[in-house]
Design a protein around this ligand. Structure first.
Ligand code: GLN
Length: 562
């Protein structure tokens, strides 16, 4: 069977949850036994989001192969349990870079290089690239932005051409749109959707399925009206109701029959032996998520806390670990800039675990160091990720070893104790984009360490995104003073994990465990950290009952048949 392609576009406004709809539909197709992946095409000019401030575009998600990508790839991986690659995220900047590089190399043989055909051809070839591996039955492609955006036009034209070339039965266009309820009129409005579909039509694209984001059930009249005016089959108008949790969306869309609609439209059943949808594990996970037996509060100390997406994978990792444990994790976001030696107790005294977040640049560092000190001195479970681990080392050097000006050379190039320093190869790098230590690297876990116990294995591979490393020149002095190095990249003799073994749970990791949490398979470091926080809370009597739920929201799940 040829690979089938589903393109998901968005209309009316941004933030309708296109990424979640893609991930949900992908998960439902996977539950039928299909091999699925998801890719995202983003219209911005940055070659990748790696150089963007998290306030611009949320977290940068890193894949095994070291691509710095859009955070939606994190949803795809968490929902589907797949591993994505550079090929799963393309931006306009990357497309132009490729075309211009080819032009400079003379690849276009003297032709005038233009948007049509050269840019469009490049986009098309990348839209099909994963399909050519023959590893997938279905490829979903999310188009970033909203139809009608000037910069999105080449992508719509590429889809139009592909539909013509591959034939309509191999491509389904799903359009996600907003169906608002107007309080004053007392009814839902279909006009924004009609306009959005007209814009699609002006680019030669007829949506096959409408997914309507709404805060209430869509009645049959509204569905019929949308179908008639937007030229789609009445059965292909699907509601995407607001949900309390993104993890409910696959089941809500299954109730609406979204997977069945695309399977029937592309006649996938004719060429595939499809299994009954099996979402039982997902339902189990969701039950636990929605009915926790207790709640524990942990602090996430970082400098981008004002932006809800800046630490997406970390907050989702807490949700996934919490569900598996049956505990709601109440994450207290603490701006590191605000923490001082005088107020740290007030700011962090009510939490049972402290996570110091990854980051770049000097702002907020002293506050992070105070948070580490507080965790170490009061023996609150501590997890430092990347910069958070580096802060744990700096704090230890200053306050335990007594090296008062110890620092990372990222923040103080003149420090007499550069406990965190640039790797030799990084010193020669001038370009900022895509030049960090990126992607998955091996890590050996020392026998007898907490890390080995947590993972239950000797060798792991974890994803990285950083320039600086624990300085091997000072490593043995830190060791003499009591810091343990329990995870090592043996190929390059780099410290990947530090522990303070006299503490109940004090771990710093140079890599990013948050990128490898999956629904039903939370990352062991997050699970273990959470367990330690729960134990700590029990001891301190801080464990609380979860907030009472509104009964009508309580386990809507019961009615879900998939
Ligand atoms: N700024 C630090 C470095 O480059 C940490 C990076 C991070 O936390 N992702 O090494």
């Amino acid at each position: 069977m040829p690979t089938k392609y589903i393109f998901v576009t968005g209309g009316v406004t941004s933030s309708l949850g296109k990424g979640i709809v893609c991930a949900s539909l992908g998960r439902l197709l996977e539950a039928r036994g299909l091999r699925v992946t998801i890719q995202k095409f983003d219209p911005y000019i940055n070659v990748d989001p790696g150089t963007m401030n998290p306030y611009e575009h949320g977290e940068v998600y890193v894949t095994d192969d070291g691509a710095e990508t859009d955070l939606d790839l994190g949803h795809y991986e968490r929902f589907l349990g797949i591993s994505t690659t550079q090929a799963n995220n393309v931006t306009t900047g990357r497309v132009y870079l490729e075309v211009i590089t080819k032009e400079r190399a003379g690849a276009y043989l003297g032709k005038t290089v233009q948007v049509v055909p050269h840019i469009i051809d490049q986009i098309k070839s990348w839209m099909l690239k994963l399909g050519e591996t023959e590893e997938y039955d279905v490829i979903l492609t999310e188009i970033g932005g909203t139809v009608g955006d000037i910069e999105g036009q080449p992508y719509l034209e590429a889809i139009r051409q592909l539909r013509y070339e591959l034939g309509p039965s191999n491509i389904t266009i799903v359009h996600l749109t907003l169906v608002p309820y107007l309080e004053a009129a007392g009814e839902v409005k279909t006009k924004p959707t009609q306009h959005s579909v007209k814009t699609m039509l002006s680019f030669g694209l007829q949506p096959d399925v409408l997914v309507c984001r709404t805060d209430r059930p869509l009645d049959q009249d509204v569905r019929r009206k949308l179908a008639l005016f937007c030229n789609v089959e009445p059965g292909a108008v699907v509601a995407s109701r607001d949900a309390e949790s993104i993890y409910e969306v696959p089941l809500l869309l299954a109730e609406e029959g979204l997977d069945r609609i695309v399977i029937e439209r592309m006649r996938i059943e004719e060429e595939h032996e499809l299994q009954e949808s099996d979402m039982s594990e997902w339902i189990d996970f969701l039950r636990k998520l929605k009915e926790p037996s207790g709640s524990v509060r942990v602090a996430l100390v970082g400098k981008y806390v004002a932006h809800q997406d800046a630490y997406k994978s970390i907050s989702e990792s807490f949700i996934l670990a919490g569900a598996a444990h049956g505990t709601h994790v109440d994450v207290k976001y603490v701006l590191s800039d605000d923490i001082t030696a005088d107020n740290v107790e007030e700011m962090l005294g009510d939490v049972s675990g402290i996570l110091v977040a990854p980051g770049f640049g000097e702002r907020g560092i002293e506050g992070k160091l105070e948070a580490v000190r507080f965790a170490r001195e009061t023996d609150i479970p501590f997890l430092g990720i990347c910069l958070g681990m580096q802060c744990a080392v700096i704090e230890f050097a200053r306050n335990v070893c007594g090296w008062s000006d110890a620092h990372s050379t990222e923040f103080d190039p003149e420090t007499s104790q550069p406990v965190i320093d640039l790797m030799e190869e990084q010193k020669r790098i001038a370009d900022m984009g895509g030049t960090m230590r990126l992607g998955a690297y091996d890590c050996y876990l020392m026998e007898g360490s907490l890390a080995r116990k947590i993972y239950g294995t000797e060798d792991v591979r974890e994803r990285h995104r950083h320039r600086y490393e624990l300085n091997n020149v000072l490593r043995y002095k830190l060791l003499e003073n009591g810091m343990s190095f329990t995870g090592i990249n043996t190929a390059r003799d780099l410290v990947e994990i530090v522990e303070l073994t006299d503490k109940r749970w004090f771990v710093g990791v140079q890599f990013h465990p948050e990128y490898r949490s999956v629904v039903g398979k939370p990352h062991p470091l997050f699970s273990s950290f959470l367990e330690a926080a729960v134990d700590f809370a029990r001891e301190k009597d801080q464990i609380s009952k979860p907030r009472p739920r509104k009964t009508e929201k309580k386990l809507q799940l019961a009615s879900v048949k998939v």
